[in-house]
Design a protein around this ligand. Structure first.
Ligand code: 5GP
Ligand code: 5GP
Length: 226
């Protein structure tokens, strides 16, 4: 190839390095876990995945890029469609740790596809599809929320617990304050629904939240059975 051709080729490769890895365009992630006992109750009918009733454990809802002012990007790249062949090695772990509770019952791919397309495509500057799901699974391993809570005497037994006690138990274990979100059951009891933990832009390290989600929890909340 002529010298000029080589030069142009190298220039394109050099540019490609930067084009494929631009500066991240978000400030941090929310790693969001859902308690199935609050996702499924008489107020909110749910369906178990085709593989059966999920474990009585927090399940992943998503890993959501966010801005420091509380706003967030979504559906950032319609060209980057969910491709199940890229995560085939993770499927059994996803079924266990990221179960879907939507109706009608399905395997979970719809939930994962939705989360990838709505949120994952907004962090493609730092991780591809496989890394997105792998990082979420690793984060769940790092923070075993159910174990953390039960170690502090906070059990999913329909009992009412002090919100601050729940938050402190998690903070003592992971070093950072979580966001806690509640919803209401059919008797209008406020119950523990989702827990948010903030994660740095690499998607691997917990951080203090730049902004906490509005949680709608009173001082005492029910931890429903599942
Ligand atoms: P909801 O209105 O039920 O709180 O949230 C609906 C959906 O909007 C969530 O499942 C999530 O996809 C998105 N969402 C809500 N709040 C936030 C937020 O603070 N940050 C991000 N990144 N997404 C959010
Ligand atoms: P969001 O936009 O709220 O992050 O995602 C919620 C979407 O995922 C809804 O369309 C919902 O039907 C679907 N979905 C599937 N399985 C689940 C689940 O287990 N929990 C929640 N919150 N949404 C689910």
């Amino acid at each position: 190839m002529a010298a000029k051709g080589w030069f142009i080729l190298k220039l394109l490769m050099f540019q490609g390095l930067f084009i494929s890895r631009p500066q991240e365009d978000f400030d941090f992630f929310y790693f969001v876990l859902q308690w199935p006992g609050a996702s499924c109750d008489t107020n909110r009918p749910c369906c178990y995945p085709t593989s059966g009733k999920p474990a009585a454990d927090f399940g992943i809802h998503g890993l959501w890029p966010n801005y420091n002012d509380g706003s967030f990007p979504s559906n950032c790249n319609p060209d980057s469609q969910f491709d199940r062949s890229q995560i085939s090695d993770l499927v059994s772990s996803l079924k266990q740790n990221w179960p879907t509770l939507a109706c009608p019952s399905n395997e979970g791919f719809k939930f994962w596809e939705h989360e990838w397309e709505k949120h994952g495509t907004c962090s493609e500057s730092v991780m591809d599809q496989h890394e997105y799901f792998e990082n979420a699974l690793k984060l769940k391993d790092k923070a075993d929320l159910l174990q953390i809570l039960t170690n502090s005497g906070i059990n999913p037994d329909d009992g009412f617990y002090n919100l601050k006690k729940i938050s402190n138990a998690i903070e003592d274990a992971i070093g950072f304050t979580p966001g806690i979100e509640c919803n209401k059951d059919s008797e209008r009891n406020n119950q523990l629904d989702q827990i948010y933990i903030c994660v740095d832009t690499s998607g691997t390290e917990f951080i203090e939240c730049p902004v906490l989600p509005r949680g709608r929890c009173p001082t005492r909340v029910q931890f429903p059975k599942f």
